[in-house]
Design a protein around this ligand. Structure first.
Ligand SMILES: Cc1cc2nc3c(=O)[nH]c(=O)nc-3n(C[C@H](O)[C@H](O)[C@H](O)COP(=O)(O)OP(=O)(O)OC[C@H]3O[C@@H](n4cnc5c(N)ncnc54)[C@H](O)[C@@H]3O)c2cc1C
Length: 278
């Protein structure tokens, strides 16, 4: 059994039967795994309540490059294991727009595209041109066009595949949103005070097609900073559940379930998990 504590950002102790790290496409061709298996990158969107009874495949493919450009746009190719925030910063430094509002989201490009991550009006779906995946059942590569990815809220048609690379289009002419720099600085300060490690991040809920910030509802019910055992929330955001040290996945799950029950009772709203619970 392999210890997964350092492979999930909540740092909960869990074990997997086996653990393989994929560093190159050559590793991929040699990869033979039996079911069950799961892909894992930074582990920022996974909560291990139980041990995983199969093989974890950590996708650590690296590399990013410009593959074409004109006066208006740039097409970039990004390997799935590239750090998402570093990728966004690379585009910002080059004055290419399209990803900047998604700065500081913890994770990797591969997970970002599978889960169609988004922030402040920007999302993966708007940038992705195509995605290269590997089908472990067929032992073959496939290319998904933008439309075949079927991006919807925090989801896509890519879930059962191993993402190897993503082709994005960013703009040379679009302006960064006006509040980008101030928001980025204040977010960065908050995250320095408490790193994204050890946080669980559920998101907004949709009720009657109106987006309701779940954080505000939790605030009203006094959840911000509420501590049960070794589980609490980030002092600035009730939606970010934190492990104060030594909490188990079950304790974190129970805390999140207590939040959901409170919201259900008081607002008749069902909060859904975005995090993958194992
Ligand atoms: C503090 C905090 C803030 C966050 N803010 C936001 C936000 O603003 N917006 C937002 O949308 N999300 C947000 N998230 C969620 C999280 O950052 C994203 O879901 C991110 O994409 C997770 O990346 P990861 O590499 O850690 O993925 P992991 O947690 O390792 O994996 C997540 C899922 O993707 C799958 N996966 C990962 N890599 C691959 C691959 N190469 N091929 C196939 N499947 C793969 C895994 O099997 C798993 O199902 C936040 C999370 C935290 C902790």
């Amino acid at each position: 059994m392999v210890d997964l504590t350092s492979y999930n950002t909540l740092r909960v102790p869990a074990k997997a039967h086996d653990f393989k790290i994929l560093r190159s496409l050559k590793d991929l061709k040699e990869l033979r795994v039996d079911e069950p298996y799961m892909f894992l990158c930074l582990g920022a969107n996974v909560l291990f309540v139980h041990d995983f009874p199969g093989t974890i495949i950590q996708v650590n493919l690296k590399g990013k490059k410009v593959i074409s450009e004109n006066n208006e746009e740039v097409i970039i190719e990004v390997a799935a294991g590239e750090n998402w925030h570093e990728l966004v910063m690379w585009t910002v430094e080059n004055n290419w727009s399209g990803m900047e509002n998604m700065a500081l989201i913890p994770g990797t490009a591969g997970a970002a595209v599978v889960g169609n991550i988004a922030a402040y009006g920007q999302n993966q779906g708007d940038l992705v041109q195509s995605v290269e995946v590997y089908d472990l059942q067929q032992n073959s590569f496939e290319i998904f066009t933008h439309d075949q990815c079927k991006f919807v809220y925090r989801n896509s048609a890519l879930k059962k595949y191993l993402i190897t690379k993503v082709i994005y289009k960013v703009s040379k002419t679009a302006q960064f949103s006006t509040d980008y720099h101030s928001r980025y600085e204040s977010l960065e300060k908050e995250l320095q005070a408490y790193p994204t490690e050890k946080m669980l991040y559920p998101d907004k809920v949709e009720a009657d097609l109106v987006k309701i910030p779940a954080g505000r509802l939790l605030d009203e019910l006094g959840w911000r900073g509420k501590t049960i055992g070794q589980v609490s929330t980030f002092e600035k955001h009730a939606l970010a559940i934190i492990n104060l040290g030594g909490a188990t996945g079950q304790e974190i799950f129970d805390y999140a379930e207590a939040m959901r029950a409170d919201i259900r009772k008081n607002f008749d709203i069902e909060l859904e998990y975005e995090v993958r619970i194992i």
